[in-house]
Design a protein around this ligand. Structure first.
Ligand code: ADP
Ligand code: ZN
Ligand code: ZN
Length: 739
């Protein structure tokens, strides 16, 4: 960075001054810091994690101090001072973590740092949010007199403001809404003595968490829970090293162990983070933490406004909140004294971020725990092969109430008529007669997978992606699940004019109807992302919880960690659909989906059972899931992974090049591949992927047992090709640890 010639001479003017190394928060990939600035005067207490506004050429940029030094390699006359320091500052360890994420997931420092900054600070495109000072106005006696006498001259805005204040004091925002007046109106009224204004920091808005389902009061731990807690506490005292895997069957009381572990961390004066899959899908868990720890909990979820997120961030930063419960981004909670990091339902795919930086919160949690001397506890009924191999396992082998896990029956669908097997019909009918509850899972939304013309065979496809359009009957549309393209349901074939259109396959929308017919008059509730957008997941879950009998039908959302004691039947339709995709995680996913759904059944007095429908009932993942044998399943899975150097033995990196025209994406992928291979790292591909959102795509896969070297080679190769004008038509996405 910059000229370095004057490094040897240390000008005396530097004495007592300090150099701040600042990473600018800019989305531009090309602008890479850190850049040096001179701290002087009032800015001397700036340190790592401080946010500064700095001059940069003719621009001003927001930046984060990533290091402070005694001297700079730049000559003094080239060093400038920052323009201002912001109130926000980030713990040093988090600055390290943000920069680590940038490197590990082949992103930019600005994007990595944006993860650890106060919410809303973003990548510097927007102004950072600061604590807001609300202006409140109250009418004086003179103001009341002016309003009632016609002799006093008042502008129409001023009159409207006074009229609104006649009912009592109001905040500036409310006045703006009711009287259409702005700050300058209020200021002029204040100058005339007609109102008084005062400033108060608005109280932080506390987000509310709705709770659903069974509530936990203080309970006596089972001996297995106690043993797990004892192990956790002793690791907390030793300054933990290896992460713990809390492998407990569904209903074994893992949440209670987390609650006690958090309490144990708090007693030791340390804060705690609890990562959960999307909170909208698992409101129960977050609710339990709020019940137990009250205001000491900051809950982060996707429904929070920007302002609420910001307020929660500050409550943690000021140590008013000591526990953070939230989805993957909560791994960056701004605690400077972290003692415990819990990852609940650690198998859940939502821990991987889909946009850049494509970080995996579980790996970030490992890194953060190791760096800050905190203990990582990952819990699940269906561990990942990764954690099975690398973490120390604590087992909870029985449900807390001593009830058996539900009996699982796998039925073959070859030759079956319609989507629902005879056995499933009987079981649903029994639920109807006995007025019980059931959950039915089909991991495909919409009414039918695709439409075709009975005369000419044409299939309706997305104009932007090489996939079929899915029928959504209630909406009267066929829609693409990749780009959102939608069009009205066709009644005539555009190719041949035939009016005979066939519908193929069953989705949740159609299944809902079929189940309704089977269990009427019991209510049927549907949960998938179509419904979630409209009604809200929590609302659907609450209605199902409140009903005394009924059926919940939906996608994998229904298999998340819900605890509904009245459910006596679980059903999975087309359970081996996932196995038909060529993906090394297919078995793991199938096993987890079936085992998790099974975990929702039989949590109450009446016990429960599960029916799994599949084309191949002998599939290995299904057999092990039916036997509730996660350990046996994982043993075989690990052996297979080791033989092929798949995770956790090797690491995978995916590079996807894309372009709007066909051609440049392949050329770019070839160029990237060549550089990676030249660095001594083997790469497979390029292979064409289906066109998506109007973009042609080519993929490279790097599978390596030398993670650090592989990541570095990919980073250098992609940066080189991306900055080469010859490949200007291509864009690049790097995914380390793809899911
Ligand atoms: P998991 O997360 O392992 O599936 P949960 O934590 O949801 O299990 O526990 C299942 C149910 O058992 C919850 O309603 C919980 O309140 C209750 N529970 C947990 N521990 C105990 C215990 N020691 N004694 C009685 N009930 C318990
Ligand atoms: Zn046709
Ligand atoms: Zn599409």
């Amino acid at each position: 960075m910059g000229p370095t010639g004057s490094g040897a001479v240390r000008p005396s003017a530097y004495v007592g001054r300090v150099i701040a190394k600042v990473e600018p928060l800019t989305p531009a990939r090309a602008l890479r810091g850190p850049f040096d600035y001179l701290l002087a005067g009032s800015l001397e207490d700036v340190g790592v994690g401080s946010m500064l506004v700095v001059p940069f050429g003719r621009r001003r940029l927001l930046g984060v101090v990533v290091d402070v030094a005694e001297e700079s390699e730049l000559p003094r006359e080239r060093l400038v001072e920052p323009l201002a320091a912001l109130e926000a500052d980030v713990p040093q360890a988090l600055v390290r973590l943000g920069l680590w994420v940038a490197l590990e997931y082949v992103s930019t420092p600005a994007r990595g740092l944006a993860l650890v900054l106060p919410p809303g600070t973003g990548t510097g495109a927007a102004r950072p949010v600061r604590p807001r000072h609300a202006l409140r106005a109250e009418m004086t006696g003179a103001g009341a007199a002016a309003l009632s006498r016609n002799g006093v001259r008042l502008g129409s805005r001023q009159r409207a403001a006074l009229a609104a204040l006649a009912g009592g004091p109001l905040g500036a925002a409310a006045l703006a809404r009711r009287a259409g007046c702005d700050h300058s109106t209020l200021r002029s009224l204040e100058r005339r003595g007609l109102v008084v204004l005062d400033r108060a920091i608005e109280p932080a808005r506390r987000p509310r968490v709705q709770s659903v389902g069974a509530r936990a009061s203080e309970v006596r731990l089972t001996s297995a829970q106690r043993a797990a807690l004892t192990a956790i506490e002793s690791r907390l005292d030793d300054g933990a090293q290896r992460p713990l895997l809390l492998h407990g069957v569904t209903g074994s009381g893992k949440t209670e162990v987390y609650l006690r572990a958090v309490a144990a961390a708090l007693r030791r004066g340390r804060s705690a983070i609890v990562l959960v899959p999307e909170i909208a899908l698992t409101p129960q868990t977050a609710g339990r933490f709020v019940d137990r720890f009250g205001d000491a909990v900051a809950v982060m979820h996707s429904r929070l406004s920007r302002r609420e997120r910001y307020d929660e961030w500050w409550r943690m930063r000021r140590r008013e909140a000591r526990v953070c419960v939230g989805p993957r981004s909560a791994v960056f909670a701004p605690f400077a004294d972290l003692g415990l990091l819990v990852v609940d339902e650690e198998h859940d795919g939502s821990y991987k971020q889909e946009g850049d930086p494509r970080y995996d919160a579980r790996r970030v949690a490992e890194r953060r725990a190791a760096d800050e001397g905190a203990l990582l506890v990952a819990g699940t009924a269906t561990p990942r092969p990764e954690s099975m191999l690398r973490y120390e396992r604590l087992e909870l082998t029985r449900r807390v109430d001593g009830r058996r896990l539900p009996h699982v029956e796998v039925v073959g669908m070859v030759g079956a008529v319609g989507p629902i097997h005879e056995r499933t019909r009987e079981a649903l009918d029994e639920v109807r007669r006995r007025r019980e509850k059931a959950i039915v899972l089909l991991n495909r939304r919409g009414w039918s997978n695709f439409l075709s013309c009975r005369t000419c065979g044409r299939v309706w496809e997305c104009p932007n992606c090489d996939v079929t359009l899915v029928l959504h009957r209630a909406a009267g549309e066929i829609a693409c699940h990749h780009c959102g393209h939608r069009e009205p349901v066709p009644h005539v074939c555009g190719e041949c004019g035939s009016v005979s259109v066939a519908r193929h396959g069953t989705g949740t929308e159609q299944l809902e109807r079929e189940v309704e017919a089977l269990v009427a008059p019991l209510p049927v509730f549907r949960l998938d992302s179509d419904v979630a957008a409209a009604a809200g997941v929590a609302a659907v879950l609450r209605r199902f919880d409140a009903a005394d009998a009924g059926v919940l039908v939906g996608t994998q959302m229904v298999a998340k960690g819900h605890d509904f004691p009245a459910v006596t039947l679980g059903v999975v339709l087309d359970a081996d659909a996932t196995l038909r995709f060529p993906d090394f995680r297919a078995e793991e996913r199938t096993f987890a989906l079936v085992a998790q759904l099974a975990g929702r059944s039989g949590r109450g007095e009446r016990g429960g059972r599960v029916i799994v429908q599949a084309l191949d009932p002998q599939a290995r993942a299904l057999r092990y899931a039916a036997a509730h044998d996660a350990t046996g399943f994982l043993a075989g899975e690990l052996a297979r992974r080791e033989a092929f150097s798949y995770p956790p033995y090797g690491d995978l990196i995916r590079v996807v090049c894309s372009s709007t025209e066909a051609g440049p994406e392949l050329a770019a992928a070839d160029a990237v591949r060549e550089l990676i291979v030249a660095a001594g790292v083997p790469a497979l591909g390029p292979a064409a992927l289906f066109r998506r959102q109007g973009r042609h795509r080519a993929q490279l896969v790097i599978r390596s047992r030398e993670r650090t070297a592989a990541i570095a080679a990919v980073r250098r190769a992609v940066e080189a090709v991306a900055s080469d004008r010859a490949h200007g038509a291509a864009t690049f996405a790097v995914d380390v640890d793809p899911q």
